[in-house]
Structures are given as structure tokens and as C-alpha cells.
Design a protein around this ligand. Structure first.
Ligand code: ASP
Ligand code: MG
Length: 440
């Protein structure tokens, strides 16, 4: 069985949905198709939730109406015959009525998750109507019946496996299943989600749960690129990556793949393919256990990074100092990305955090604290990078004029990370594109 996941832009227009239907029927292999919400929908639902939670009910109503109008015109183009059009209208009415009812009841965190779930519920149901109209046999699998997270928000892979296998067993006659990405149930049984961009994670979890042959992630770019195409002019798609390389790139800013989506596929050894809905014949990127080649493969950048420097002479020859510092970050559940130390100081980075003030306050007893915002981590990733001759010299030669704030080297064999002020990001990525890949 194979998994095919289509992102928001791949289902965001009626003609794209039509194209998705062609892609999923191009061969007869049994498959589970995972869909995101139509592009823009989840953002709109976030806005609606924010408006309701801040008591701006009129604004929320306006946003709901605007979104509903978008769906109305969407189905008028998508569905042609009368009966399916009526069904599509009824689906829209049901979900927007739900949003309107929410306006009237008191807001809660659980309710905001219900609001966010509407996007994927709508996209899959409408797609199902479209498939039906076109005589494409399939079954809609409700993700809320099998996808679940525990009380640490971690997916429960074993129960997902059990429930999904049971569901598939009940429908042995079917070869095409459609389901929602992103949404799940939490430990309290409420509707929840796998965080923004989480449809990739859903796809990978499903692929792991049923031991799929391949997990295809269809987006609007022809695979993972060697550099950020929004920042540098010339980039090339990478043909092959190891899971580890892909995880580093996704974590350090490559937007194409949700960082958490690597581990399930990696653990259960399901190859992942990144493919382009707009250009299905492109080779895309294949992610497997093996790395294929040695040396620099790609650069990714993650913005919004804060550097924290803790300087103290008490650190000199002391032990236990780092533990105490890290305990502060643990307490505030804030992940640390980069760390460098000298004998009397430690610098580390976090992503922008609402807890920053509290963290700094708790760090103050340990020494002099300096906080520098607006930084970017630039990560250079490639198999055995650290052992590859001349990588470092080329890197630093290319960046001779860039004020590098921190360097992390040797933590993994496939990654060198640099911290730079965000104002220098564009220049840094361009210089590295030339210096490491010979691309302008
Ligand atoms: N619709 C959700 C989002 O926009 C999940 C996803 O698309 O992956 O974040
Ligand atoms: Mg995505």
C-alpha cells in the first residue's frame, strides 16, 4: 500500500483537486490519500479562533462568512451535476453552521481545536463528493477514529496501528482511502491536531502504522532544494537524502517537510518521496536510510532565533553548571538548538519564546546574561560532511565578511550550523550557494 499526501496548495483550487484525482488513479496500487485543508483555510480558522477568544464576535462572523463564500464558489467550479452539488452544499452548510454556533458559546482551548479541524474535514469531504461524481470508488476514513496523541502530545503509534488496521480490515473490498491530515484526538478524547504543517506528520504516521511501501508527500515544489529558493536565484532539487539529512534540513528551516514527520518513516523504514503536484513528472527527492553520496547537499535557514549568553567566572572548573542552566530551559519546555561553551561562558539559542523573560530572570543568578534577538541559524547539511575535505575552509572563505556569532560543528557528522544576525541571511545564503555549490 502507498500513502499519498497532498498539501494545501495541491488541493487549493478546483483544477488542482481534479489533478489530484488523476494522480491518485494513475495506477491501481492500493492507497491512502491524506489531504490538508485548502490553502489559506487553516490561517483563516486561526484568525477566527483569535477573534472569538478576544471577544470580537462581529469580526469573527465576518471572517466566517468570507470563508464560507470562498467554499461556495469553490464547489460551484468543482462539482457539476445537481445531486453532488447539493451534497457539497450540505457539507459546507453543516461545517459553517458549526462555526456559527461556536460564536454563541463560551470560548475554550478545546473549542479552538474544533475550529481548526474544520479545514481538513471540509477538504476531504468535498474531495470525496468530487470523486463520487466522477465514479471513482473510494472510502472516506475519519482520522478522528484512528489518529491519536497522548497527554504529552505524542502520537500513540501502537494504538494508531491497531485502529487503522481494523478499519482497513472492515473494508477489504476498497483500494482507495481518503483521510484528513493534521487532526487527531488527544488523551481526553477531544479533537486536537498535530500542530501547524502537521499533515506531513499524519502521512508519515499512517505510513509507519500500516508499513506502507512508500510515503509520497506532494507539494508545489519539485522536492527538497539545495538552498532556499525564496532567497537565492538558482537552486536545484536534491535527488536523494538520508532520513538524518532530511530531518536536519526540515528542523533547520526547509519548509517543504514538517520536522517531526521524519521519525515515523525512519523508524519503520518507509521511504519518503517529495513530489510536485504541478510537475508530476519531475523526479523529486527520495528520502531513505542510505545517504547515497558524501559531501554538502543542502543549506537551510531558520529565522527568529534568540542567542542567550551566560557569563560567569563561577563556571571556571565547576561541574554541574551546565545542568543547572539547562534545567531552566526544561522547566519552561523550551528547546535549545545550538550550544557553544568556553571556560567562563556559554552561548545557546532558542526560538522566540513567550517564556523568554521568565527564563532570563531564572538565569540571572548564574552570571551576566545577554540576550540578542533577530538571529538566523544557517545549517549546512550533508552526509559525512565533517570528514569531507575542504568543506570548512570553503565555508569560512565564502563567509569572510559575514559576522558569524556562533558555530556548531561535530555534534552530528552531517551538519555544521552557523548563527548569524538575520540582516545578513540573504547575503549568507547567496555566498554559500556560490562558495559550496558554484551556483549564482
Ligand atoms: N492545514 C494545516 C496547516 O495549515 C496542516 C497542514 O496543512 O499540514 O497547518
Ligand atoms: Mg506543509
Amino acid at each position: 500500500m502507498k500513502i499519498m499526501k497532498f498539501g494545501g496548495t495541491s488541493v487549493g483550487k478546483p483544477e488542482r483537486m481534479r489533478q489530484v484525482s488523476q494522480l491518485i488513479t494513475a495506477d491501481t496500487e492500493p492507497k491512502i490519500v491524506v489531504l490538508s485543508a485548502l490553502s489559506g483555510t487553516t490561517n483563516a480558522l486561526v484568525e477566527i479562533g483569535n477573534a472569538i477568544s478576544s471577544g470580537q464576535r462581529e469580526k469573527a462572523k465576518e471572517l466566517i462568512d468570507k470563508l464560507e463564500a470562498h467554499y461556495q464558489s469553490f464547489i460551484r467550479d468543482l462539482v457539476k451535476k445537481e445531486a453532488p452539488l447539493a451534497r457539497a452544499k450540505a457539507i459546507i452548510a453543516e461545517h459553517f453552521e458549526f462555526l456559527t454556533i461556536i460564536l454563541k458559546i463560551s470560548f475554550s482551548e478545546a473549542l479552538s481545536k474544533d475550529i481548526l479541524a474544520q479545514g481538513e474535514l471540509l477538504s476531504t469531504k468535498l474531495f470525496s463528493v468530487f470523486l463520487e461524481e466522477n465514479g471513482i470508488d473510494h472510502l472516506l476514513l475519519p482520522a478522528l477514529e484512528f489518529m491519536s496523541i497522548d497527554n504529552h502530545d505524542e502520537p500513540q503509534i501502537n494504538s494508531i496501528k491497531t485502529r487503522l488496521t481494523q478499519l482497513l480490515q472492515q473494508h477489504k473490498d476498497k483500494t482507495l482511502f481518503i483521510t484528513q491530515g493534521y487532526i487527531c484526538r488527544n488523551a481526553r478524547g477531544e479533537v486536537d491536531n498535530l500542530k501547524r504543517g502537521g499533515s506531513d506528520y499524519s502521512a508519515s504516521l499512517i505510513a509507519a502504522a500500516i508499513n506502507a511501501n512508500v510515503c509520497e508527500i506532494w507539494t508545489d515544489i519539485d522536492g527538497m532544494h539545495n538552498n532556499d529558493p525564496r532567497v537565492v536565484k538558482k537552486t536545484v532539487a536534491i535527488e536523494q537524502l538520508s532520513f538524518e539529512e532530511a530531518a536536519e534540513l526540515a528542523y533547520f528551516g526547509a519548509k517543504i517537510l514538517h520536522p517531526a514527520s521524519i521519525w515515523p518513516a525512519q523508524f519503520y523504514r518507509v521511504p519518503v518521496k517529495l513530489l510536485n503536484t504541478m510537475q508530476p513528472e519531475a523526479r523529486g527527492t527520495l528520502i531513505t536510510e542510505e545517504a547515497g553520496s558524501v559531501g554538502v547537499k543542502a543549506i537551510a535557514a531558520k529565522d527568529g532565533i534568540i542567542a542567550i549568553n551566560i557569563r560567569s567566572s563561577r563556571m571556571l572548573l565547576a561541574y554541574g553548571f551546565l545542568r543547572k542552566i539547562f534545567e531552566v530551559f526544561e522547566k519552561y519546555r523550551t528547546p535549545v538548538d545550538m550550544v557553544t561553551t568556553s571556560e567562563v561562558a556559554v552561548s545557546l539559542t532558542i526560538e522566540g519564546s513567550p517564556e523568554l523573560k521568565a527564563i532570563v530572570r531564572e538565569l540571572e543568578p548564574f552570571g551576566t546574561i545577554e540576550v540578542e534577538e533577530n538571529h538566523t541559524i544557517v545549517s549546512i547539511v550533508g552526509n559525512e560532511l565533517v570528514q569531507t575535505p575542504h568543506v570548512l575552509s570553503k565555508l569560512f572563505e565564502a563567509l569572510a565578511d559575514v559576522p558569524i556569532r556562533m558555530v556548531s560543528y561535530g555534534g552530528s557528522k552531517h551538519n555544521v550550523s552557523l548563527l548569524i544576525p538575520s540582516a545578513h541571511k540573504t547575503k549568507t545564503l547567496q555566498l554559500l550557494n556560490k562558495g559550496l555549490f558554484g551556483l549564482d
